[in-house]
Design a protein around this ligand. Structure first.
Ligand code: HEM
Ligand SMILES: *[C@@H]1O[C@H](CO)[C@@H](O)[C@H](O)[C@H]1NC(C)=O
Ligand SMILES: *[C@@H]1O[C@H](CO)[C@@H](O)[C@H](O)[C@H]1NC(C)=O
Length: 218
């Protein structure tokens, strides 16, 4: 890596960390928006093949009861990340659907909740790292080009928000799919940056020094 790109990387890490300390611990995400103002933000390591960990943020207005992402681009037979607010934090649930019915727990993916997980007066934010979302029985994500990511949400609050196996309502107000350029979601030093992740939802924001420390000194 040349001096120029090292400098760029360091500046990028500082630029992300400084103005919005709650946002993340130094990752730069690529995002898209679904209907009803939900934003999905994805970052992946700089790899050429699955499996790899994925970092996901879901930023949803309070009027959203649950929001989910289907990594295989449709509802069926791929890892579904479902999130819902639970008081001042957010619950993440690992699901899969074999048919067009309520998805069931999916043991093939494992989630770490990261410190950017927050709830304020207008929005809730899930900030998570998923092991097992990039590859599944019958498919996977090609990190070298466009993939299709599907999304769905419902306005209804879930039945049991503190449980990651809560019943959720049908997505009666929206679902869809998005072409997503995964190459633009690649982050150098991804593993070093996310290794600061923790299991809780309310930790103090990561400091900018941890983000900057991930980049070698030029
Ligand atoms: C109680 C929970 C759920 C029920 C009952 C349900 C039911 C259905 C039904 C009946 C359809 C086909 C009819 C239609 O398009 O409206 C559908 C489509 C779809 N669902 Fe769900 N769903 C649930 C949860 C989810 C979740 C958690 C996700 C994503 C994380 C999801 C993503 C989609 C997508 C993207 C489609 C479009 C067709 C496809 O991609 O296969 N659904 N769902
Ligand atoms: C719920 O959380 C437990 C403990 O972290 C985990 O082992 C389990 O797979 C999760 N289940 C779902 C459906 O997310
Ligand atoms: C709440 O958090 C969201 C997501 O980070 C942010 O866009 C919004 O401005 C925040 N709202 C307030 C009132 O601070």
């Amino acid at each position: 890596m040349g001096l120029l790109s090292l400098t760029t990387l360091t500046l990028a890490a500082l630029a992300v960390a400084a103005p919005s300390p709650r946002q993340d611990a130094g990752l730069t995400y690529k995002d898209f928006s679904s209907s009803n103002g939900i934003v999905y933000r994805v970052a992946i390591p700089d790899v050429t093949a699955a499996p790899f960990d994925v970092a996901l943020q879901i930023v949803a207005p309070k009027a959203v009861g649950w929001a989910g992402l289907a990594w295989g681009g449709s509802m069926l037979n791929n890892p579904l990340t479902v999130a819902y607010p639970n008081g001042d934090t957010v619950t993440v649930s690992s699901r899969v659907a074999g048919g067009y019915q309520a998805p069931t727990p999916y043991a093939g993916a494992e989630y770490t909740v990261r410190p950017g997980t927050t709830v304020n007066t207008t929005h809730w934010v899930l900030d998570t790292l998923c092991k097992g979302c990039s590859q599944w029985n019958g498919g996977g994500l090609d990190p070298s080009g466009d993939v299709v990511l599907a999304w769905a949400f419902a306005p209804n609050a879930v039945a049991n928000p503190s449980s990651n196996t809560s019943n959720i309502a049908f997505h009666n107000q929206g679902k869809g799919a998005e072409n997503f350029d995964l190459t633009a979601a690649k982050v150098k030093d991804f593993e070093a940056i996310v290794s600061g992740g923790t299991a809780g939802g309310d930790e103090a924001p990561a400091s900018s020094s941890s983000a900057a420390a991930a980049a070698p000194t030029p």
